[in-house]
Design a protein around this ligand. Structure first.
Ligand code: ATP
Length: 395
């Protein structure tokens, strides 16, 4: 088993880190990757808006999602939990103990590699792990690294060093990202969900007004609230909602906003859902209480209103997107159906449902509601039956 270990301050993790990790994973055929944010010295005072260690860990975890199609990736907090000075050698000792038979590779960029001989217990580091060293810009890696390679091999003949160029290198540093974030920049160097997380938490003095976000910023913020596997669904719902709005003369901008936020609390556990209900004064009915999966529509609507300042039309489209209700507005119908038929959905009958939705929205609604009634047992919400009766009555 070949395991990659990629340490860094990750303050914040940017696309340069991800491109380099991807290149190392592919070139060395790594089978598992650990991203390890370094602890910052406790005595060091950080500027206002700096992330906490937990937030750096969370950003690193989110950034690592981009590599999960290649291999299992985890963000580890072992250095963040360690008191006092944190040394790479201790991290590698811990991982060696955890994976006694694995081949460990420690990943690092130019600046780290060129100073490696000065690190605490460099001899031990080089016996615990191979070094995968990559360039941070389009530089000639061989020319830049050869003297250091020879130097290290001379001092530590047991060292294993692998140098590589990153094909799609992103020449940026976290320092540059930190400098541009307060002025509204930085997004192009970050994965959308990391950028959204930064805005949502107000890190690095971004100070975004969450209640008045333009769509270009609301989108990453919304994506940062989701489990990564739900991202294609939410982006698909946004696109479907746009198409339906154009087809039926709805407000495209409102449809986009509703779609982006419709699952914003879906990731919460039942306990967190009930806590949100308490916070926003929501009283779920007995069916919703017994079926906490339904709660995200209620809590999502409340968060959309209270945190993101959405209009009542949008709030209501989120509130009823799961069950439907009698007397649905056009936006509510669009949200309900976009969620049902967006491109990543795949279930028997979805093609037919898609066709009908674009022929006649109410016939599409009847079809969708009837499918829900058929497939949902005792936990069917009364609002779905009321929606069905209502829309049939108006046909
Ligand atoms: P800062 O600007 O805060 O010093 P940084 O951008 O150098 O941060 P770190 O988290 O300190 O990022 O770096 C972690 C590791 O990633 C180091 O080994 C570093 O050499 C490497 N690295 C950083 N940026 C890049 C990049 N753009 N391309 C490739 N490797 C990078």
């Amino acid at each position: 088993m070949k395991i990659g270990i990629y340490g860094g301050t990750f303050n914040p993790p940017h696309l340069g880190h991800i491109a380099a990790a991807r290149a190392a994973v592919e070139t060395l055929g790594l089978q598992e990757l650990y991203l390890i944010p370094a602890g910052l010295p406790p005595h060091k005072t950080l500027p206002v808006g700096s992330p906490t260690p937990e937030q750096r860990l969370e950003m690193t975890r989110i950034a690592g999602e981009a590599l999960k199609t290649l291999l299992p990736v985890s963000a580890l907090d072992i250095e963040l939990r360690r008191d006092g000075k944190s040394y790479t050698v201790e991290t590698l000792e811990a991982l060696r103990e955890r994976f006694p038979d694995a081949e460990l590779w420690f990943l690092m960029g130019t600046d780290m590699f060129l100073s490696l001989h000065t690190w605490h217990r460099a001899d031990r580091i080089l016996s615990l792990a191979g070094i995968a060293a990559f360039g941070r810009s389009g530089e000639d890696v061989d020319a830049k690294f050869s003297a250091q390679c020879e130097n290290l091999y001379r001092k530590f003949p047991w060292a294993r060093i692998f140098t590589l160029s990153v094909p799609d290198v992103v020449d940026v540093s976290s320092t540059e990202v930190r400098e541009t974030l307060p002025c509204g920049g930085g997004a192009r160097w970050l994965s959308p969900a990391v950028y959204g997380y930064i805005l949502r938490k107000g890190l690095y003095a971004t100070d975004a007004d969450l209640k008045h976000l333009p769509l270009s910023r609301l989108r990453p913020v919304a994506l940062s609230c989701l489990h990564p596997r739900r991202v294609p669904h939410v982006l698909g719902t946004e696109q479907e909602a746009v198409r339906l709005s154009i087809r039926y003369g709805g407000d495209v901008e409102q449809a986009r906003r509703a779609a982006l936020l419709h699952d914003c609390t879906k990731r919460c556990t039942p306990g967190e859902q009930f806590a949100l209900c308490d916070r926003y004064g929501i009283e779920p009915d007995p069916v919703e209480r017994d079926n906490p999966k339904l709660l995200h529509a209620l809590t999502g609507a409340a968060v959309a209103r209270e945190v993101y300042g959405m209009s009542e039309d949008i709030v209501s489209a989120i509130r009823w997107h799961t069950t439907g209700r009698a007397g649905m507005s056009l936006l509510e119908k669009i949200m309900y159906l976009a969620d049902y038929i967006e491109p990543s959905r795949d279930f028997p009958g979805v093609e037919e449902l898609r066709r009908v939705c674009y022929e006649d929205i109410d016939r599409g609604l009847i079809m969708g509601l009837e499918m829900t009634v058929r497939e949902t047992g005792e936990s069917l919400h009364h609002a779905t039956l009321e929606a069905l009766k209502d829309v049939k009555g108006t046909k």
